[in-house]
Design a protein around this ligand. Structure first.
Ligand code: NAD
Ligand code: UFG
Length: 351
């Protein structure tokens, strides 16, 4: 059994599908602080298999320990955490508590339960302002915001853990910009309030929920003046987790970029979205967003060599799948019916 923290969220729901499709049993642990458990009902519909959901907080070490023991867990994929860059500057302590302390509690529960295989969701944000491009895993780490620093500290903590005990098998995944949705249109990103990220904002403009996209700067030193990012299809990203689990059959530690290796500008994304959706996406240029860099994209060579993994889906497919999700679910998961889950007999303290 694989324990997936944060499995009800955007990336987690897609990782749940990838694991289930690979025939693995999954127990999702999520406190639903930024998600809706309807996502997991839909995961079960997509896969035709049940998964176990446990409403718990990773900061609750006893709850996590009981779940690890009850389900005979062999490995943990750890996605639970807060992720909004701007919010992390407003309430940094909440980020350190949830992300860093949460991971410490999780690792402590795993140690007690003798579960020593862990895959952790880090982020390209740990690199900070690129000193060279494309970014390989050896690039210096200089995160520029509290969220990025939580990921950096967790990475360092996990390295120390592996150095102290060679039984640990740890995979650190530095995601670039996950976008898109499962091709069924049943699961996807469901941001609360005004989306921070580009694709959800573009999709909400295309569906008529917002008037126009504000492009944060058109005076960058890039071909069209707008920012460049490495957008990666969330399904390709999810498949990367399976490759890492497979790799961790051997002991040790692995840190790897999950990106496509190519960058696309904000204007390219908008034009591609318009082409695949057939909708117009009005935009206007505004000031640069503080903290943004001109360009950020991965060198994905190590992932290919070490894991045999590479992304497959094009920007057009990312936009088409994102649009299918958005147009079929204009209000996200809100309004969907409650779930019928496999009910566990285990009593878990409230998270
Ligand atoms: P998300 O918010 O959709 O999913 C995170 C999930 O974790 C949510 O379901 C939330 O309810 C849950 N959660 C949060 N704190 C918890 C806690 N203490 N206990 C239990 N559950 C908790 O975010 P996502 O986009 O799916 O991101 C997943 C992971 O990937 C995060 O760690 C994020 O930092 C990382 N990441 C995301 C991106 C991105 O652009 N989406 C990029 C790089 C890295
Ligand atoms: N952008 C706009 N208008 C918007 C939103 C974004 O012009 O309304 C631009 C940004 O300026 C940037 C590009 O679109 O040039 C991408 O911005 P996102 O907010 O979608 O993504 P970021 O690269 O800023 O950050 C994301 C996640 C971080 C993660 C990072 C690297 O939000 O958590 O990717 O993985 F760390």
């Amino acid at each position: 059994m694989i324990l997936l923290t944060g499995g009800a969220g955007y990336i987690g729901s897609h990782v749940s599908v990838a694991l289930s499709d690979a025939g693995l049993d999954v127990v999702v642990v999520d406190n639903l602080s930024n998600s809706n458990k309807a996502s997991l009902e839909r995961v079960q519909t997509i896969c035709g298999r049940s998964l176990v959901f446990r409403h718990a907080d990773i900061c609750n070490e006893e709850a996590v320990y009981e779940i690890l023991r009850a389900y005979d867990v062999s490995a943990v994929i750890h996605l639970a955490g807060f992720k909004a860059v701007g919010d992390s500057s407003v309430r940094p302590m909440a980020y350190y508590e949830n992300n860093v302390v949460g991971t410490m509690r999780l690792v402590s529960a795993m140690t007690r339960a003798s579960v020593k295989t862990l895959v952790f969701s880090s982020s390209a944000t740990v690199y900070g302002c690129p000193e060279y491009l494309p970014l390989d895993e050896k690039h210096p780490l200089k995160p520029t915001n509290p969220y990025g620093r939580t990921k950096f500290f967790i990475e360092e903590m996990l390295k120390d853990l592996c150095n102290s005990d060679p039984c640990w098998r740890v995979g650190i995944l530095r995601y670039f910009n996950p976008v898109g949705a499962h091709e069924s249109g049943l699961i996807g990103e469901d941001p609360v309030g005004i989306p921070n990220n580009l694709l959800p904002f573009v999709a909400q403009v295309a569906v008529g929920k917002r008037d126009k996209v504000l492009i944060f700067g058109n005076d960058y030193d890039t071909a069209d003046g707008t920012g460049i990012r490495d957008f990666i299809h969330v399904v390709d990203l999810a498949c990367g987790h399976l490759s890492v689990l497979n790799h961790l059959k051997q002991p040790g530690m692995l840190t790897v970029n999950l990106g496509t290796g190519s960058g696309n500008s904000v204007l390219e994304v908008i034009r591609t979205f318009e082409a695949v959706s057939g909708r117009s996406v009005p935009y206007e240029f505004g000031e640069r967003r503080p903290g943004d860099v001109a360009a950020c994209y991965a060198n994905p060579t190590f992932a290919r060599k070490a894991l045999g993994w590479k992304s497959r889906r094009s920007l057009a497919q990312m936009c088409a799948d994102h649009w299918r999700w958005q147009s079929q679910n204009p209000d996200g998961y809100r309004g969907t019916q409650p779930l019928q889950y496999r009910v566990s007999k285990l009593k878990v303290r409230a998270g």
